[in-house]
Write a protein that binds this ligand. Structure first.
Ligand code: RFL
Ligand code: PHB
Length: 389
């Protein structure tokens, strides 16, 4: 088998890259470890930056997103019973779109089917090889036999646990990591969202987030100990705890119902440098992870795809390799700014087990500054709607 760009991972990063390249006549083959149904059953992010939405349109897959996604021109921040709004539109002229990652992935799979793109599911033992030479290739098990895929370039879009990052020699790789002493318990329920905008809440009992997928589907999160399991949280307990963590007037109008999904995600900040080794380019969770507080995980995957797509285009169309040479530095410059924002949002909104009275006062001051100061709100808004590519 041979292709121009071999893509490991059929998540949003891999699929978006393949679609953008396909539209320019650049061939790709996507190798995915799971079945399509499995990939489409993962409930993850819900907020798309302006840049991400633009890339979906550029890839020709923005139709359903534009018809069904919700424009959010601001967000609410609560501190116990107090609440204020950060108005993205007034502060920056921009907004975000609320449209689930599951839907993004579904649209991308459908577009790839329509375009006749090749995606191999249930590939095992995927291994990038000779990536620091001019003839990289990938070996993998599929359909009961070992296969070899030769290519010009490999895009490692295989998430945090995929094999691509490991193909960068250990002595070349530097990994930066920060873990947090709590997780997020997420719950999806077929109930109307409590508010038409997202509500991020710092309460004395810990963080809570009220989000949504559509008018009849709510997504809620509460900060929980890392040792908890979803089984420790029957629906009634979840709703009770959520109500205690959001302003009372909001808790009163919260509509509860049975959960249709419940899971716990640990919080982590992680960056691998460099993001390129020879002809291997890492994109998305394969290279970095952010805590979900700023809604940036999926969006940073898209910004990598943006840089890599344009660099590959310049290579194939103009014989210009500068973008490829600079890919790692360009992508990392934006990644680190997003890391800072996600880390800051996490710090200002969560309760830490070891938080001292001093830490708590500083956190309260941070929130009060944000509530009262337009410049501080503007900084949040600019980052939340997404820094320019
Ligand atoms: P993905 O989505 O993990 O896709 C990687 C794909 O690679 C496949 N893969 C392999 N394929 C072949 N061979 C192998 N050996 C492979 N190993 C893995 C996987 O099956 C998968 O299909 O990475 P990508 O494309 O970089 O996209 C990144 C986003 O998915 C991610 O940043 C966000 O979902 C993070 N994230 C959240 N981000 C937000 O902005 N808001 C959220 O609310 C939010 N919630 C979450 C999340 C991530 C979670 N994870 C990773 C467990 C909730 C969870 C539970
Ligand atoms: C979500 O809707 O899943 C969501 C929204 C905002 C976040 C994180 C997750 O910051």
């Amino acid at each position: 088998m041979r292709t121009q760009v071999a893509i490991i991972g059929g998540g949003p990063a891999g699929l978006l890259l393949s679609q953008l390249l396909h539209n320019q006549g650049i061939e790709t083959i996507v190798l995915e470890r799971r079945t399509r149904d499995y990939v489409l059953s993962r409930i993850r992010a819900g907020v798309l930056e302006t840049g991400f939405a633009g890339l979906m349109r550029e890839a020709g897959v923005g139709g359903r997103m534009d018809a069904e996604g919700y424009v959010h021109a601001g967000t609410r921040i609560a501190h116990n019973d107090e609440m204020f709004r950060v108005d993205f539109e007034a502060l920056t002229g921009g907004h975000v779109l609320v449209y689930g990652q599951t839907e993004v992935t579904r649209d991308l799979y459908e577009a790839r089917d329509a375009a006749g793109g090749q995606t191999l599911h249930e590939c095992a033992g995927v291994k990038p090889r000779d990536v620091d030479t001019d003839q990289p290739f990938i070996t993998f098990l599929h359909g009961g036999k070992m296969n070899r895929l030769d290519c010009d370039f490999i895009a490692g879009c295989d998430g945090f646990y995929g094999p691509s990052r490991q193909a960068i020699p250990e002595e070349v790789r530097t990994e930066f990591e920060k873990t947090y002493p709590f997780g997020w318990l997420g719950m999806l329920s077929e109930t109307p969202p409590v508010d038409h905008e997202l509500v991020y809440s710092n309460s004395d009992r810990g963080f809570a987030l009220c989000s949504m997928r559509n008018e009849g589907l709510s997504r809620y999160y509460i900060q929980c100990p890392l040792a908890d399991s979803p089984d420790d949280w029957p629906d009634e307990d979840f709703w009770e705890e959520l109500k205690r963590r959001i302003p009372a007037e909001m808790a009163e109008r919260l509509v509860t119902g049975p959960s249709i999904e419940k899971s716990i995600a640990p919080l982590r900040s992680y960056v691998c440098e460099p993001m390129r080794w020879g002809r291997l380019f890492l994109c998305g969770d394969a290279a970095h992870i952010v805590p979900p507080t700023g809604a940036k995980g999926l969006n940073t995957a898209a910004s990598d795809v943006n840089y890599l797509y344009r660099a590959l285009l310049a290579h194939y169309k103009d014989n210009d390799d500068e973008g490829l040479e600079r890919y790692s530095d360009t992508a990392l410059a934006r990644i680190w700014k997003t890391q800072r924002f996600s880390w800051w949002m996490t710090n200002v909104l969560h309760r830490y087990p070891e938080q001292s009275p001093f830490d708590l006062r500083v956190q309260q001051a941070d929130l009060a500054y944000l509530r009262d100061n337009e410049t501080a709100q503007k900084a949040l808004a600019e980052n939340y709607i997404g820094l320019p590519y």
